[in-house]
Design a protein around this ligand. Sequence first.
Ligand SMILES: Nc1ncnc2c1ncn2[C@@H]1O[C@H](COP(=O)(O)OP(=O)(O)O)[C@@H](O)[C@H]1O
Ligand SMILES: N[C@@H](CCC(=O)OP(=O)(O)O)C(=O)O
Length: 375
Amino acid sequence: MTVTREALGKSRRWVVKIGSALITNDGQGLDMQALAGWADQLARLSRAGHEIILVSSGAVAEGMTRLGWSERPSALYELQAAAAVGQMGLVQAYESHFQKHGLHAAQVLLTHDDLADRRRYLNARSTLRTLLRMHAIPVVNENDTVATEEIRFGDNDTLAALVCNLVEASLLVILTDQNGLYDRDPRTFQDARLVSEGLASDPSLLRLVAPTFGRLGSGGMATKLTAAARAARSGTHTLIASGRTSGVLERIAAGEDLGTLLRPDREPLAARKQWIAGQLVSRGELLLDAGAARVIREAGRSLLPVGVTHVKGRFSRGEVVTCLDPDGRPVARGLVNYAADEARRIMGRRGDELESILGYVDEPELIHRDNLVVL
Ligand SMILES: Nc1ncnc2c1ncn2[C@@H]1O[C@H](COP(=O)(O)OP(=O)(O)O)[C@@H](O)[C@H]1O
Ligand SMILES: N[C@@H](CCC(=O)OP(=O)(O)O)C(=O)O
């Protein structure tokens, strides 16, 4: 049954993402007045019983102002320095507003590595859940200061979606500088029309978004759509709306028809599979024959060595690899039971041959179905 806007508005656990394009005063530091408005609304929602996690951008922009820089630097080390200075201002601002409402703000800085490592992932989850139980409002951002170029989230849409999976949020609200998703880039086309609803993993939506993005933001509309598809894995609905609409968050809570609502269109994945699906880096590729690709896609079976025709990349046991069908299309991702050199030796072989090839058999499957997520 489709969830109504009213029911979503009343739902308990929200992740609210405030983007750079919105929070920065046209690149001149933070728009403190606007920030105060969102913080007050979030505090009232929290007081009314919603569990709120805030994912806020703005560290780099605030750092640039504090350091007296007028141009956004392109060197990573300068961006990292600006983020370190600016994050102070960002959390100070939220902290002082939440304090007025008798609420604690809690700073949570995450990197890609934190969510890729199962133990740290589970730790982050339990800390966030504890904070929510204590009615504190976690203020999440990427830990830009230590993130390296290759493995940065880069945009906070992706981070917010992974946080939704982490805490199994009911609703992800992405506040940006547009009223939602339009059928064409509204910055370029004045007659662009707002899409009021869609399915989170509908690939045709991605065709509507321009490859370019705002001057201040990092991902544009495309990363918001991908974020909605990621969030949907935990059954989370995504609402993209304008942070400039007055009282936007409380109006969403009241069930008003605002922005673009993207509904999850598949059954939520089990918690462990959400973690696997959230891995942004794949260490290798396994090319499957047609039969293996079919039983994995259609019957959710484990991957046996016999169905693999080619192994690419260097990976160790337990790392994430991508399975491709004979046409090279991704079928699934999973945690592999054998390292790359062992996988090469046993590919195409039957289960009863493994011991004589390897001298031992840890598992008969190359990837067990509990560790395999169909894409
Ligand atoms: N079809 C579309 N609908 C709405 N916005 C779009 C579309 N295509 C591209 N955009 C651009 O995406 C921008 C928002 O993304 P971004 O600048 O990354 O914001 P944020 O910092 O809030 O994440 C908008 O300002 C808009 O120019
Ligand atoms: N972590 C960065 C924000 C990254 C960013 O701009 O993301 P987004 O708001 O999705 O465009 C910062 O705080 O400046």
